[in-house]
Design a protein around this ligand. Structure first.
Ligand SMILES: NC(=O)c1ccc[n+]([C@@H]2O[C@H](COP(=O)([O-])OP(=O)(O)OC[C@H]3O[C@@H](n4cnc5c(N)ncnc54)[C@H](OP(=O)(O)O)[C@@H]3O)[C@@H](O)[C@H]2O)c1
Length: 258
């Protein structure tokens, strides 16, 4: 049982990347706290399944490939949702992909995909969703960055750089949107073991024991990160904007024996 709970009855949120991992966990917790959640990803069948099993009527699935979605597509998603349910109170952007890139192991397609998914797609999302006709006053947005932005992991050249760019974009957007009372923050998780990103990419996350021994509070999971997202979306965080919150179990402190 969680000692801290949130009530989002009557509120509306959008989660991009809601079909798995951190996005799915946040969407589920928001819907269980009473919110209506517009859930965006390519695999809408997974979102439909989650809606049926966990939160009937609270989760609204929407197909989008964020690397191809145009500004007018984004507008249509939010027009459609707000006509049915009213304005949004905020959103979370978690869509992201990881892959090995370095100066010597370069891959143009992968570099573009990482950039388009985590960064360019996020900016297009923010440009559309923050239009006055789609959001209430004092809305809150959370974008997923990563500890890689701080450490610049070897072999994660593009991923790390793009996650750093996300943090800088968050600061700039926070300044721009503050006059309407909106807030924008990022969360930088450490290594979570229960998401597709870390279970599928065996090249990067092959040695689980070594990775785990570098985290003083042990392996992380999506429910260690979702609470921070729900907090940042709430009015208890109404003096927090333009910042990055690291949720990493002490991973950046170094290994247990260091
Ligand atoms: N897991 C970790 O250890 C970790 C650590 C630090 C930061 N992060 C960051 O946290 C975020 C979430 O990661 P996760 O671990 O939850 O990953 P995940 O389980 O792989 O989920 C990624 C989500 O992004 C969506 N997505 C990917 N490409 C997309 C596209 N082109 N269009 C629309 N949706 C797309 C996926 O949906 P579809 O495939 O259905 O489209 C999925 O819902 C990412 O930004 C990641 O970089 C994760």
């Amino acid at each position: 049982m969680n000692e801290v709970s949130f009530s989002y009855e009557g509120k509306n949120f959008v989660v991009v990347g809601a079909s798995s991992g951190i996005g799915k966990q946040i969407a589920l917790e928001l819907s269980k706290a009473g919110a209506k959640v517009l859930c965006i990803a390519r695999r809408t069948e997974l979102i439909e399944q989650m809606a049926l099993q966990e939160s009937p009527g609270k989760i609204i699935p929407m197909y989008a490939d964020v690397t191809k979605t145009t500004p007018s597509d984004w507008d249509k998603f939010f027009e459609n949702f707000t006509e049915r349910f009213g304005k949004l109170n905020g959103g979370v952007y978690t869509a992201g992909v990881v892959g090995l890139t370095s100066l010597r192991a370069w891959n143009d397609r992968l570099a573009k995909n990482i950039t388009d998914t985590s960064y360019t797609g996020m900016l297009h999302f923010m440009r559309s969703v923050t239009k006055k006709r789609f959001i209430s006053d004092s809305s809150s947005f959370v974008i997923l960055s990563s500890v890689a932005a701080y450490t610049g992991y070897k072999g994660l050249l593009i991923y790390s750089s793009i996650k750093a760019a996300v943090q800088t974009a968050v600061k700039s957007m926070a300044r721009e949107l503050a006059c309407q009372g909106h807030r924008v923050n990022s969360i930088s998780p450490g290594w979570l073991t229960d998401t597709e990103m870390t279970s599928i990419d065996k090249d990067i996350f092959s040695n689980r024991e070594i990775l785990a021994s570098n985290i003083i509070l042990g392996e992380g999971s999506t429910d260690k990160v979702s609470g921070m997202a729900l907090f940042l979306l709430s009015n208890r965080a109404d003096w927090i904007t333009g910042t990055d919150i690291v949720v990493d179990g002490g991973m950046m402190l170094g290994g247990v024996f260091e």
